[in-house]
Ligand binder design. Structure first.
Ligand code: NAD
Length: 454
């Protein structure tokens, strides 16, 4: 482990480097983004291997959800960054006449990026793209739970970037806690709600701006007008990709009671179609990250009514894609974010009732609705609050760089992806520019006789 003194020195060195101004020119930012782009391209195989070692993540999923997402983000930044970093003029206020007013985006400075384990490469590096784009330096703290990917990330950054600009510090909560005491200019955290609170408190002590990308229980509503065959495919894909260990996975289904049975049948056959009759042998289904999470999920499973799936194997940390039917709101599986391949199915009678149930719980990171009814779509979108939403799909909103990604309420604060990543690491400095002449005297004292009505 890096000692507290070493961490302090690291932050100090980054501050000194940042203060030289070398990270600010557009040429430098583009060069660093291109360098990272090349590293990711060249190291594809190593990235796939490290994720496979960490939790048997299928190569296609690693390519699609770690590598391709980062590559698309980098391309987007390379295309637009030149325009975003320029100061831009805004309307002036009549009260300040004469003046010209501008927004100057400026880099916050030295930032701390703490990552989660479930998409360990992408979730640590994607915010760093924003830091580079904004002209910041960054210290990355990947999750200790995916040690192969954490080591790979450290090696790649160390081999291609100077530590006073970008560096990786490995370790668990104890390392995070020492880092959180350092005088960063920005903190970007991805992880659970409880640790998000710890990070927010630490940031508050020093009034450091913070982005919190957290989690929660994301509902998926299916009304009686939905195309059930298509819904089943998109739900099974979004739920069981990464073995359900996805922050925006549909956590539970809330189904109109009339279509519960046909939907369960569609879901069951789709699981078979995707992963075969024995998903333990499918090369396309990942494992649970560690024993602690396996046991947590096993306990939830044991206290729930299983409709399909339910097989487990502790020695390989395997839990089958599982449907839990006849679940009620007060069961253990409905009390915490599941973050695994268990899908509870609950029913509702009317859409207002379903909306009431959703609104009675913390605001989720994502909300999904499958419906062909225009009124139902509008009702759900306008009467619920969630970080993001998809109609007739799951998870996919995070892959559009034009859509800022983030939570609301307990599911997070702030957002990123595309321009929002640049903005997450930038301060928008308001600048008023005034000529020396004319110097209108109206605002200066003495005020007497300036206004006839006073
Ligand atoms: P976690 O909160 O346990 O850990 C996240 C990071 O915080 C890790 O790097 C860990 O080392 C560090 N950490 C852990 N305890 C700490 C402490 N006491 N003090 C300081 N740092 C600490 O989360 P996780 O298990 O890695 O990830 C799963 C959670 O993250 C889920 O809730 C999921 O929904 C959420 N998540 C959110 C997003 C998003 O974009 N919103 C993405 C992925 C995961």
């Amino acid at each position: 482990m890096t000692s507290p003194q070493e961490l302090e020195t690291l932050v100090q060195r980054q501050k000194e480097f940042f203060n030289t101004g070398q990270t600010r020119p557009i040429a430098f930012r583009l060069k660093m983004l291109r360098r990272l782009q090349k590293v990711i391209q060249q190291e594809e195989e190593a990235i796939i291997a490290s994720l496979s070692a960490d939790f048997k993540k299928p190569p296609f999923e690693t390519f699609a959800t770690e590598i391709a997402i980062l590559e698309a983000e980098i391309k987007f930044l390379l295309k637009h960054l030149r325009r975003w970093i320029e100061p831009y003029r805004v309307k002036s206020s009549f009260l300040n006449f004469p003046s010209k007013d501008y927004i100057y985006p400026e880099p916050y400075g030295v930032s701390l990026v703490i990552g989660a384990w479930n998409y360990p490469f992408q979730l640590t590096l994607s915010p760093v793209l924003g830091a580079i784009a904004a002209g910041c330096c960054a210290i990355l703290k990947p999750s200790e739970l995916t040690s192969a990917t954490s080591q790979l990330t450290a090696r790649l950054i160390q081999d291609h970037f100077p530590p006073e600009y970008l560096t990786v510090v490995q370790g668990g909560p104890e390392v995070s806690q020492v880092l959180l005491e350092q005088p960063f200019d920005k903190i970007f955290f991805t992880g659970s709600v409880p640790v998000g609170k710890v990070v927010a408190q630490a940031a508050a002590k020093q009034l450091i701006p913070v982005t919190l990308e957290l989690g929660g229980k994301s509902p998926c509503l299916i009304d009686e007008t939905a195309d059930l065959a298509v819904a089943a495919k998109r739900i099974v894909w979004g739920k069981f990709i990464n073995a359900g260990q996805t922050c925006v996975a549909p956590d539970y289904l809330l189904v109109h009671e009339k279509v519960k049975e046909p939907l369960l049948k569609e879901l069951t056959s789709t699981i078979q179609e995707f992963y075969g009759t024995n998903p333990a042998q499918s090369p396309d289904f990942a494992r649970i990250i560690n024993e602690r999470h396996f046991q947590r999920l096993k306990n939830l499973l044991d206290s729930s009514p299983v409709y399909a799936g339910g097989q487990t194997d502790a020695s390989s940390l395997y839990i089958a894609p599982t449907l839990l039917a006849d679940v009620s709101w007060d069961q253990p599986v409905m009390q915490e974010e599941i973050f695994g391949p268990l899908l509870p199915v609950l029913t509702y009678k009317t859409m207002p009732e379903a909306i009431r149930e959703v609104n009675a719980r913390p605001k989720p990171l994502a909300l999904y609705l499958f419906s062909r009814d225009k009124k139902a779509k509008e009702m759900v979108l306008t009467q619920t609050s969630s970080g993001g939403a998809c109609i007739n799909d799951t998870v996919s909103h995070l892959a559009n760089p034009f859509l800022p990604f983030g939570g609301v309420g307990t599911s997070g604060q702030g957002n990123y992806h595309g321009k929002a990543s640049f903005e997450a690491f930038s301060h928008q400095k308001s600048v008023l520019m005034k000529p020396s002449k004319p110097d209108l005297p109206l605002r200066y004292p003495p005020y007497q006789n300036k206004f006839s009505w006073m």
